[in-house]
Write a protein that binds this ligand. Structure first.
Ligand code: SF4
Length: 366
C-alpha cells in the first residue's frame, strides 16, 4: 500500500482508497502530466543556474521563478527540488518539495502547480503540510519556534489567485500532524478501512472499480422514490439537488468506465455494441513555410494569414511579468448569463425574481 503525499487529500477522506488503488487499472498516460514535468524541469534549471526570471520562456514558470528569487542565497538557506524522506509518516514514503527557504525563525515551502483546470486549495492542504513538516524535521535547525509559510503557485488557473499562502506556527503544524495526519494514516492501515465517496473521488484511480461508487450510483435513483427516470421538470428542487450531486460523482466514474472499455477493446476484447474506429482529425500542414510559399502564388496575404490578439487574461499575465497593469478601459466582461453553482462557490449569489427593496431588506437581515 502506498500513501503518497500528493493524494493525501483523498486518503484522509477515504481511508479505503489506498487499498483500492492497489487493484485499480494503471491510469492512461496524460499529456498534462508531461507538461507539468517539463515545467518543473524548466523551473529547476532556471533556479539552480540563477537565470534572471525575465528570461524564463514560459510566463507561468516565470512567475514561480520570480517568487523564489525573492529568497536569495545571501539571506536564506535554500533547497530546490529537495527530496524529503517522509518515513516518519509511513514506511518508504518520499516526496519532493519544489522550493524550501528558511532563516532563523521562518520557513517557506513553495509548491508549483502547472495545471490550469482544477484550482488547488491552500487551506488545510495536506500535501503541503506534509512537505512542510518533513522539511521542518529534516532541514530546519532552529527547532521549536517560528512560523512556516506554505505557498501554492498555480498561475495558469484563472479561477483563483496565482499565489496563495497559508501561514502556521510550527506548533500548529505539529498539532495537525498529531491530530489529523497520524490518525488518518492509522485508519488507512486497517484491513477493512471504509470507502467514503465525495468530491475527492474525482481523480481516484479506483473510480471505475469502486464498489462504493457503484452502490452510490444505484442507490441514488431509488432515493428519489420514483420508479424510473422522470421528466426533469417534474422533479422538486430537493430531488434536483440530489440528482446534481449524483452527476458530480457519476460523471467522472462513467468517464473512467469508458476509458477502461477502450483499454479492453484495444487489447482485443469485444465490448458488445461498440467498435474501435480512427479518431477524427483535421488536416495540418506538413511544413508551414513550404505551404505558405506555394500558396502565396495564388492567394493574397489577407486570404493566407490570420493574426489574432491574445485574450485579456493572457495579456494581463504578460503585462504583470513586466510590472505593468492591464487598462480596464480596454476590455469588457460580456454577461454570459447565469449558471447553477454549489453554495460553496466563491462567486457572489445572483438573486432573481425579487424586487430590489426586498433584496436590500434581506441583505440587512443577514
Ligand atoms: S472512488 Fe472514492 S470512494 Fe472509491 S476508493 Fe476512490 S476515493 Fe474512495
Amino acid at each position: 500500500m502506498k500513501l503518497r503525499p500528493s493524494s493525501a487529500y483523498r486518503w484522509l477522506a477515504c481511508p479505503g482508497s489506498p487499498r483500492m488503488e492497489m487493484v485499480a487499472p494503471v491510469p492512461l498516460p496524460s499529456p498534462y502530466a508531461q507538461e507539468g514535468t517539463d515545467a518543473h524541469a524548466m523551473a529547476e534549471k532556471a533556479l539552480k543556474e540563477g537565470t534572471c526570471p525575465s528570461e524564463v520562456p514560459d510566463p507561468a514558470v516565470r512567475l514561480y521563478v520570480d517568487h523564489c528569487a525573492g529568497y536569495p542565497e545571501s539571506h536564506w538557506s535554500r533547497f530546490i527540488e529537495r527530496k524529503l524522506q517522509l518515513g516518519w509518516m509511513y514506511p518508504n514514503v518520499r516526496g519532493t518539495a519544489d522550493f524550501v527557504a528558511f532563516n532563523k525563525g521562518e520557513m517557506h515551502v513553495v509548491d508549483y502547480k502547472h495545471g490550469q483546470g482544477v484550482p488547488v486549495s491552500i487551506e488545510n492542504n495536506p500535501q503541503l503540510r506534509i512537505y512542510g513538516f518533513g522539511a521542518y524535521i529534516e532541514l530546519y535547525p532552529h527547532k521549536g519556534k517560528g512560523k512556516i509559510h506554505l505557498t501554492i503557485i498555480q498561475p495558469r488557473c484563472e479561477e483563483v489567485e496565482p499565489i496563495r499562502t497559508e501561514t502556521l506556527m510550527f506548533d500548529e503544524l505539529r498539532a495537525w500532524r498529531n491530530e489529523v495526519l497520524v490518525p488518518g494514516v492509522e485508519a488507512c492501515k486497517q484491513p477493512y478501512a471504509p470507502l467514503v465517496t465525495g468530491s475527492h473521488c474525482r481523480f481516484c484511480p479506483a473510480l471505475g472499480i469502486c464498489p462504493a461508487q457503484a452502490n452510490g450510483a444505484i442507490e441514488t435513483v431509488p432515493d428519489l422514490q420514483m420508479p424510473a427516470f422522470p421528466p426533469a421538470e417534474a422533479l422538486t428542487a430537493e430531488q434536483m439537488a440530489k440528482v446534481l450531486a449524483f452527476i458530480d460523482l457519476f460523471g467522472p466514474w462513467s468517464k473512467q468506465v469508458a476509458a477502461c472499455a477502450q483499454d479492453a477493446a484495444e487489447k482485443g476484447k469485444k465490448v458488445p455494441g461498440y467498435k474501435l474506429v480512427r479518431r477524427r482529425s483535421n488536416r495540418k500542414w506538413i511544413d508551414q513555410d513550404d505551404a505558405g510559399k506555394e500558396l502565396a502564388c495564388f492567394l493574397d496575404d489577407d486570404e493566407l494569414y490570420e493574426q489574432r490578439i491574445v485574450s485579456p487574461a493572457k495579456a494581463e499575465k504578460a503585462l504583470k511579468a513586466k510590472g505593468e497593469e492591464l487598462d480596464p478601459a480596454l476590455y469588457e466582461k460580456p454577461d454570459t448569463g447565469l449558471t447553477l453553482a454549489k453554495e460553496s462557490d466563491k462567486r457572489e449569489e445572483v438573486r432573481v425574481g425579487l424586487p430590489e427593496e426586498m433584496i436590500q431588506l434581506l441583505d440587512i437581515m443577514q
